[in-house]
Design a protein around this ligand. Structure first.
Ligand SMILES: [Zn+2]
Length: 67
């Protein structure tokens, strides 16, 4: 029986376990994957596929300290 669980296509991490949601444009997705249909990659695998080849990844955390 085939599972319809959504998971990262590269590492197999289930979507509910993704530490963060990462979005890329359709154009960037095509560059990263070579195909134009939708798919799922976790943030780490997007970075592994793209950094140094197509993208510079930068992550900045903003701490929310009492308003
Ligand atoms: Zn992954």
């Amino acid at each position: 029986m085939e599972s319809d669980e959504v998971k990262c296509e590269d590492c197999g991490l289930p979507y509910p376990d993704f530490p963060m949601d990462v979005s890329v444009s359709n154009e960037q997705w095509t560059e990263l994957t070579g195909y134009t249909d939708e798919g799922f990659l976790c943030g780490a695998c997007i970075i592994q596929r793209g950094v140094g080849k197509y993208i510079a990844a930068e992550l900045k955390f903003n701490w929310k300290i009492g308003d």
